[in-house]
Ligand binder design. Structure first.
Ligand code: ADP
Ligand code: ZN
Length: 818
């Protein structure tokens, strides 16, 4: 009997592929192990074994696999089930999930580009012959294709060699380019080996009587090391012994001290063996914890609804402790942007090295390390804190899943597939593991709160800020009125200016929020009305003053700022609207003595850009911080007493059925940064339309009213959570073809779903990177089956794909979150 395996290939094809294996291989193989397989004419992929069987494929002749890549599964059975659910629910292929789920180092394939690692340490690595040949080739040529390496080694399957080189840190993969930053090295010292015992130390000190400064250093170091026996940071030693780096250098040269460099920019735990004890919860927190546990007993997902600064994090920590004490794993999921060192340090202070961090800014080695630690259920990764990709780790005893800031829209992955929502997927993952699941937010999503209302979720509530700090005092300022009376200075109302002045006078800090980066979103000629557009996208170019450029925020297009209008030639260009850069500039004029900082995509590029700004704001080197929505996410600053919203209207007018909900959340979250310690904070919201329901609800902190009005609207217009929704996006560079294709698809959908199909319609930006875009929306009523609907849509797509004229038109599905 012949043996076969079905594998998942990391490419967007619907079906699993079948390969032949020998009898011995079949005995070794288990689902979840990786194999290298040939595909197409000359490609080699890393594939994942899905099942082992004896049925040959009917349509094609199965090829033999090239090689088995390991002796144990790297992907668990539960993960495979989870992937299967993701592919079904979010309408993509298992291969696309595979590609997104595992670190790229586990996914080598023939098209991967290989680069040399200039920091490779050869001395530490003995290279085998084939490894050395690759290493040498990379000295002459910094980038090689897998095919080229294959030629050099005269071997078909070189994936095992590359795997070994990756492990030894000799090479990088192309995707990892951006991580070739120079790590910051910190110098540590310890007593030289021969001086460590007490007698030897005494002899040493006796011989140093004529160098009192040096012996002072040695004595201090001995003291510092007495407890930990670990090397000491040179800067700490300098401070403690009151000496200079020159003296320490002399001691190192003499061999009395040994130096050692430690790389610090991985978020590794740096503390000693000691951890802080957990804070004891106040009565509100205790009550919430009790409610949470009560609902866990009923096997319900629980929503923790606690106002900003109510101490939700401390409640999570208490829970995590209980699961960890039982030896279980805990996953703490956050939106990428809220994953700050602030929070990581807080968790590490409690749980020490049990905390592992996992997100996309980590390099491939670090990610593989965490992956393996989780797979083996090691104590060093018992608590994983991560962004949405942490869902894909190979947990095997997951006891608790926490999704913090569960309302955050950035939990949704838009590109590439799988286009999943991490909160919703986390609930499925938790259920597969039988874990307890907690969602937390100060401003819950309408979906989650609805699930509480209908009894599906449990609920816990904290209405007070920790330490009885008052919720900030909110004030709406009508800038229409102010502009009419010519009372605005730039984009600042008198009220906002007064409050900023007072706050700065008190030595406190200010946060200003404007949800647009750059100087101005539009540059327009006041004579002819012409506004420079992006040639690739249907948008105006944004003016960036600092770089004197006009930039497209959808593609990378940019041009130098023009002095005169390109249409009429007049030097009458003016800006319309405003972004963070303009606010910053106005502040520099209005408050010349204040230090103004800016936090947006432009100032936080690079691995640590974001951290740097947060740290200098924390250390009060910045008095006023201007920023986009990056400011909203779970940051805990002690000295901020004023938050100003420059213009609330642009948020409210966004064309999306969730725009009002989002505005409420965003504004409440930003406001929540004010007055987190004793003194009551102040929030000023500037708007042209201060009577807007949402603004009223934000200022009175009336979540319930917001929820009821939003639910009513969603019911009226058939949107989630009461109805389901699928958005189908069509993209093509040919305008006519796109229109016809979208029309054909929509018509077919109407045959099945009638009036529940909307569109095709252009989105607000109808062309991006030269691709025209049209959307069709399918609404699925309460009593219809989501699965059946998706199957019908997939069937229509099959017929669609069979029409050769439409070939090349991309069809993209987004489910629930569009
Ligand atoms: P949230 O996550 O709800 O915004 P945090 O957990 O950040 O709130 O708590 C706000 C502040 O109050 C933090 O500085 C935190 O250390 C402090 N805090 C919360 N609970 C306690 C407690 N039980 N004992 C002492 N301090 C607490
Ligand atoms: Zn563009």
């Amino acid at each position: 009997m012949q043996d076969f395996i079905n594998v998942i290939l990391p490419i967007p094809i619907e079906k699993l592929f079948t390969y032949k294996v020998t009898e011995e291989e079949a005995k070794l193989l288990k689902p979840g192990m990786r194999v290298a397989v040939p595909f197409g004419k000359s490609k080699i992929y890393t594939a994942l074994v899905f099942e082992i069987h004896n049925t040959p494929p009917t349509v094609y002749e199965a090829k033999q696999i090239d090689q088995i890549l390991e002796d144990h599964p790297v992907v668990t059975q539960v993960q495979l089930k989870f992937w299967h659910w993701l592919a079904q629910y979010y309408m993509c292929s298992l291969g696309e999930v595979f590609r997104a789920a595992v670190p790229s180092a586990l996914l080598l394939e023939s098209e991967t580009l290989i680069l040399r690692n200039d920091r490779a340490d050869l001395e530490e690595n003995d290279l085998l012959d084939d490894e050395f040949m690759v290493f040498e080739a990379l000295q002459h040529q910094s980038i090689l294709r897998v095919q080229e390496i294959s030629d050099i080694l005269d071997k078909k399957n070189i994936i095992p060699v590359l795997n070994r080189l990756l492990k030894k840190n000799i090479i990088f993969l192309k995707e990892e380019m951006y991580e070739q930053y120079k790590p910051k090295l910190v110098r540590y010292v310890q007593l030289g080996k021969s001086h460590r015992s007490e007698e030897n130390l005494e002899a040493l000190l006796n011989g140093m009587t004529r160098a009192p400064k040096q012996s002072q250093v040695v004595l201090t170091l001995f003291q510092l090391q007495a407890v930990t026996k670990k090397p000491v940071k040179v800067s700490d030693l300098e401070n403690a012994s009151n000496s200079s780096s020159a003296i320490i250098k002399t001691l190192i040269d003499k061999g009395i001290l040994e130096e050692q460099f430690v790389q610090t920019d991985r978020v590794v735990y740096e503390g000693g063996d000691e951890t802080e004890t957990l804070k004891s919860l106040n009565d509100f927190q205790k009550e919430a914890l009790k409610d949470i546990k009560g609902s866990f007993k009923d096997n319900k997902v629980v929503l923790l609804h606690g106002v900003t600064s109510s101490g939700k994090t401390e409640v999570y920590v208490k829970l995590i402790e209980e699961y960890v004490n039982q030896g279980k794993q805990a996953l703490y999921l956050l939106p990428e942007i809220a994953l700050t060192t602030q929070l990581i340090s807080r968790l590490q202070a409690y749980f020490g090295e049990k905390v592992a961090v996992y997100h996309s800014k980590y390099n491939v080695q670090e990610r593989v390390e965490v992956w393996n630690n989780v797979l083996e259920n090691k104590p060093v990764a018992q608590i994983v804190i991560g962004a949405r990709s942490a869902l894909f780790l190979p947990f095997n005893d997951l006891g608790l899943v926490i999704v913090d800031e569960e309302h955050e829209s950035s939990f949704k992955q838009y590109d590439p597939a799988p286009r999943y929502h991490a909160r919703d997927a986390a609930i499925v993952l938790g259920n597969l593991h039988g874990s307890d699941i907690l969602l937390g937010s100060a401003t819950p999503s309408v979906e989650s709160f609805y699930n509480v209302k209908v009894g599906k979720y449990g609920y816990a509530h904290i209405e007070r800020r920790y330490g009885n700090v008052l919720m900030p005092d909110m004030e709406l300022v009508d800038i229409k009125e102010q502009s009419r009376k010519k009372r605005m200075k730039g984009h600042f109302s008198e009220r906002l200016l007064e409050e900023i002045t007072e706050t700065l006078d008190n030595g406190e800090q200010v946060i200003l929020f404007q949800n647009r980066r750059g100087y101005a979103p539009i540059m327009e000629c006041t004579t002819c009305g012409h506004a420079p557009q992006c040639p690739n996208c249907d948008v105006s170019l944004t003016y960036h003053q600092h770089r004197k450029q006009l930039r497209c925020h959808y593609c990378s297009y940019h041009i130098a700022l023009q002095e005169t209008c390109q249409a009429c030639g007049n030097a009458t260009l003016d800006t319309k609207g405003f972004g963070t850069e303009q606010v910053e500039q106005e502040l520099n004029t209005l408050f010349p003595k204040a230090n103004v900082g800016r936090m947006d995509l432009d100032t936080t590029r690079g691995k640590h850009g974001y951290e740097k700004i947060i740290t200098s704001f924390e250390q009060q080197e910045i008095d006023i911080l201007v920023g986009t929505q990056m400011l909203t996410k779970g940051l805990d600053f002690r000295n901020v007493n004023l938050v100003g919203i420059m213009n609330a209207d642009s948020l409210l007018n966004f064309p999306d059925f969730r725009a009002h909900e989002r505005s409420f959340q965003l504004l409440t979250q930003v406001a929540g940064r004010a007055g987190r310690t004793k003194k009551r904070g102040k929030v000023i919201i500037q708007s042209y339309n201060p009577n807007h329901r949402i603004l009223q609800q934000v200022t009175t902190n009336d979540y319930l009213e917001m929820f009821q009005e939003q639910i009513y609207e969603r019911q009226q217009y058939k949107y989630p959570p009461i109805n389901r929704i699928i958005k189908i996006t069509f993209k093509h560079k040919d305008y006519n073809k796109l229109n016809e294709a979208a029309e054909w698809f929509a018509k077919s959908l109407r045959n099945s779903f009638g009036g529940n199909v909307l569109g095709p319609e252009y989105p607000p930006v109808a062309r991006i990177r030269n691709q025209y875009i049209k959307n069709v929306i399918v609404k699925i009523g309460e009593n219809y089956s989501l699965v059946k609907t998706k199957n019908s849509i997939k069937r229509i797509e099959k017929s669609f794909n069979a029409i050769s004229y439409y070939r090349g038109v991309r069809v993209i599905y987004n489910v629930d979150h569009i």
